[in-house]
Design a protein around this ligand. Structure first.
Ligand code: ADP
Ligand code: AMP
Length: 214
């Protein structure tokens, strides 16, 4: 099962992608997580990506596409995967389709997690990420057992640099301009499915399992 998560930044793509990965036993591939890991490890890719990420801009397509194509060709992806944060532009989607077509494959579902812009600002302001393992929490909607400490690895929870209010609006604008056109793209491909992302995390997941099957 090959799945793409679509939706604005902060819509809950990562939250749902992790649950899908656990239930359907497929890898969760988050390009944002890959870039953050590269930044943490001080790689060349990380240094390049950080200049765009900190400004709320997309990293150029040529730095993203090969990375994802290589990743989905790895052995653990043979039964499928869930892509979170990729594709984010039409050229990325076309490059993915082309790479899959050359292997006689195609994506099965693009799930659009719908959340209006007003809710996004609260979502991202309250998001906290673990500085150690990258797990995601929300101060109100998905709190850690002990405030500021990761349930899984015990490290500190931080506000992502790009979740600061001045960057959030910019990221939303970038989403509307460059990523939203993918909704038409995947509608035309016949694989778009929409879920209401404003309800509780478990209710969103229930809708997704209705689409993907139990
Ligand atoms: P994305 O991957 O789309 O950027 P996240 O999955 O990181 O978004 O979710 C953004 C924030 O909103 C996180 O703090 C997360 O805990 C919280 N969140 C996710 N889904 C919901 C939901 N259905 N209701 C309330 N808060 C949510
Ligand atoms: P995310 O964790 O998905 O919110 O991504 C964080 C940031 O990483 C984005 O704001 C972009 O700067 C960058 N990024 C992640 N995925 C992509 C992508 N597919 N294309 C371009 N930039 C990306």
């Amino acid at each position: 099962m090959k799945i793409i998560m679509l939706g604005a930044p902060g819509a809950g793509k990562g939250t749902q992608a992790k649950k899908i990965a656990a239930k359907y036993q497929v890898p969760h591939i988050s390009t944002g997580d890959i870039f953050r890991a590269n930044i943490k490890n001080g790689t060349e890719l990380g240094k390049k990506a950080k200049t765009y990420m900190d400004q709320g801009l997309l990293v150029p397509d040529e730095l993203v596409v090969d990375l994802v194509v290589d990743r989905v060709n790895q052995e653990d992806c043979r039964n499928g995967y869930v892509l979170d944060g990729f594709p984010r532009t039409i050229p990325q989607a076309e490059a993915l389709d082309k790479a899959l077509a050359s292997l006689g494959q195609k994506m099965d579902y693009a799930i659009d997690v719908e959340v209006p812009d007003e809710n996004i600002v609260t979502r991202m302001g309250g998001r906290r990420a673990c500085a150690g393992c990258g797990a995601t929490y929300h101060l109100v909607y998905a709190p850690a057992k002990e405030e500021g400490i990761c349930d899984t690895c015990g490290k500190e929870l931080v506000l992502r640099d790009d979740d600061k209010p001045e960057t959030v609006q910019k990221r939303l604008n970038v989403y509307h301009e460059q990523t939203q056109p993918l909704i038409d793209y995947y509608t035309q491909a016949g694989i778009l499915r929409k879920v209401d992302g404003t309800v509780d995390i478990e209710d969103v997941f229930r809708e997704i399992t209705k689409i993907l099957g139990e």
